[in-house]
Design a protein. Structure first.
Length: 244
């Protein structure tokens, strides 16, 4: 298995360290909730269970990967499956989601100017997500975002994923960037926990998916719109992101 897939074919510079932005995917770059709920409900229906409406539970079923989302849908039905059933259900989820990955998914407002400015400034960027690497690559391509990112590290790239620091540390190594010169951009406790363990500061978006309060995330900065991103990054790392 590849240890993180570069999304461009350009070789990484090795001579000097550089500033980098690491982005989570679901709830951070794109609002994927509707398509993930649809995949979960497809599996639930197939097994004679009730669908779960997002309005009933907020956004707290999203995050942690397909298996975890499915487990939450089962719990909402008062049902638990053994490991073999969960494995089969998760694959059913993934197969359906792969075919319907961008039916309703949209990137968040004012994101593209941030990515354009970072690319123009020579700031390296990576996606570090708990979504499977193959699904993530497909979604980034479908959304027209793949060209902005130098590296993709998915939830199945390494044995451990966020909130363990391994995937964040791999992305930094691939980008040739020191932890003190990077910002992790996310929406959940997995993002802040992984970044903290990797000694990377965090900006969290208020519009994503999480199972704790915004305050409990312990992010170094919070934004409600990507229009606020440049100012937050410049406050956290003066001099590194002045061209955003």
């Amino acid at each position: 298995m590849a240890l993180g897939k570069p999304l461009t074919q350009k070789p990484h510079a090795k001579a000097e360290l550089m500033a980098a932005l690491l982005f989570d995917l679901d709830g951070t770059l794109a609002d994927t909730k509707a398509d993930l709920y649809a995949a979960m409900n497809h599996v639930l229906r197939a097994h004679g269970l009730d669908e779960v409406a997002g309005a009933d539970v907020g956004d707290n079923m999203i995050g942690g990967g397909a298996r975890m989302i499915l487990e939450r849908g089962l719990a909402a039905n008062g049902v638990s499956w053994d490991a073999a059933q969960l494995d089969a259900g998760t694959e059913q989820f993934v197969l359906w989601y792969d075919r319907h990955i961008d039916v309703h998914t949209k990137i968040y407002p004012n994101l593209l100017p941030v990515l354009e400015a970072a690319k123009a400034a020579g700031i390296k960027m990576a996606v570090v997500t708990n979504k499977r690497e193959g699904l993530s690559a497909k979604l980034l391509f479908r959304l027209g975002l793949h060209g902005y990112f130098d590296v993709l590290v998915g939830g199945d790239t390494l044995p451990k994923r966020k909130p363990d620091p391994d995937t964040i540390e791999l992305a930094l190594a691939q980008l040739n960037c020191a932890a003190e010169d990077a910002i992790m951009v996310g929406d959940s406790e997995a993002d802040t926990g992984g970044a903290r363990a990797a000694n990377v500061v965090t900006i969290c978006v208020g519009f994503g998916y999480r199972r704790v309060s915004l305050e409990a995330l312990g992010a170094d900065a919070l934004i409600d719109d990507y229009a606020e991103f440049a100012a937050a990054a410049q406050r956290l790392k003066p001099g590194l992101f002045d061209k955003l």
